[in-house]
Design a protein. Structure first.
Length: 366
């Protein structure tokens, strides 16, 4: 089976982390998110993936190119469809799926999920559907596209961001689709078209072609600072399987390490936590509910609370990182406090005594 993964967005809500790294390549518990998605697809029989991209395409080549010059991941063939101008979700699907003449899967490159894709494909086949949309249930659907369905799963309507309390259903579009190649003919070529707002709603004029597959499996859009941090917490807690990242070993209940990670005597590390290869927590430091990237350092007196450090980040003594993300190769000087979903970009230096709450550093592209 083939799949198209939509990875073309600029990830503006996760800036400055995404100034240098595309959102799908940002790590979740020390593994690039897209790798997690590709493993999930492979587990359900996908052996070829087209990455539909527009932003920083060279970063994907650099990440996935093997020694022979091919783009692969664990035996899965990767191809690229690079847009020269934005095509919207529908236009991107048509552009990327050129040449696919069989049923295929499409998924957004920013959704972490435990969806049973094989069951969804079977559901699609049993109904002889042209399109099947994965649906997930949320408490407040007012910020999403709501998709009410009939008893057989047939889609009745699309309601985009209904007012609070007015939604006809709490099941929303979860961003994974099973499509027949005939669906591509419904999308005009080389135009900016939204599959959610234009192409799918038009298909309601053809009863029996469009279905929704309801799933209570884990689902999270990682595209905001709050949700990006939540993804780490959920992975550490085993919401999408164990171990939290390949090769991690459980040092004690809920505390995972990779490679030669070091916790000095006198350091406090409280579950859940993940320490990447060569990560080092010094005596007198305190780490709880956090992820430390490869080679990251936490000095004496520093406190990490639900924090994420990317590779080679350094937190100097007596600094606090609370529900915030520090980018790779970044140095946080002593007596700094970062709180409330603050994001610090790669290759930065935070001066001693700085206080940042719910902010971003740097705030603009350097």
């Amino acid at each position: 089976m083939k799949a198209v993964v939509l990875v073309g967005g600029e990830g503006s809500r996760l800036r400055p982390l995404t100034f240098t790294t595309p959102k799908p390549l940002l790590p979740i518990a020390n593994q690039p998110f897209l790798e997690r998605q590709l493993v999930w697809l492979a587990d359900h029989g996908v052996d070829e993936v087209v990455l539909s991209m527009g932003y920083l395409p060279d970063a994907f080549h650099a990440h996935f190119r093997d020694e022979s010059g091919h783009d692969t991941f664990r035996g899965m063939r990767l191809r690229y469809a690079v847009e020269d101008h934005p095509l919207g979700t529908a236009g991107a699907i048509r552009f990327a799926a050129t040449g696919i003449d069989e049923r295929f899967v499409v998924c957004n490159g920013d959704v972490l999920t435990g969806l049973d894709l094989s069951a969804m494909v079977n559901f699609h086949d049993e109904r002889d559907a042209e399109v099947t949309i994965a649906l997930t249930r949320v408490e407040d659907p007012s910020a999403f596209g709501v998709v009410p369905t009939a008893s057989d799963g047939g889609v009745i309507a699309f309601v985009e961001k209904p007012a609070p309390g007015s939604a006809p259903s709490d099941w929303i579009n979860a961003g994974t689709y099973v499509l027949e190649p005939s669906f591509l003919d419904r999308i005009p070529p080389r135009l900016n078209v939204s599959v959610e707002r234009e192409t799918f709603p038009r298909l309601l004029e053809h009863p029996g072609r469009l279905f929704g597959f309801r799933s209570d499996s884990y689902w999270l859009d990682i595209g905001t600072p709050e949700k990006y941090l939540q993804a780490h917490s959920d992975v550490l807690r085993g919401c999408v399987g164990r171990p939290p990242t390949p090769g991690a070993r459980e040092l004690s209940e809920g505390i995972w390490t990779q490679g030669d990670a070091t916790i000095e005597p006198g350091a406090t590390v409280l579950a859940p936590a993940l320490l990447g290869p060569s990560a080092h927590v010094h005596s007198g430091a305190r780490v709880r509910g956090s992820v430390l990237g490869a080679g990251s350092i936490v000095e004496p007196g520093a406190v990490l609370e639900a924090a994420v450090l990317h590779a080679e980040a350094r937190i100097s003594h007596d600094s606090t990182i609370d529900h915030s993300v520090v980018g790779r190769h970044t140095v946080v000087k002593p007596n700094v406090m970062l709180t409330e979903n603050t994001l610090v970009g790669a290759d930065s230096t935070i001066a001693s005594g700085t206080r940042i709450s719910a902010g971003r550093f740097p705030s603009e592209r350097e």
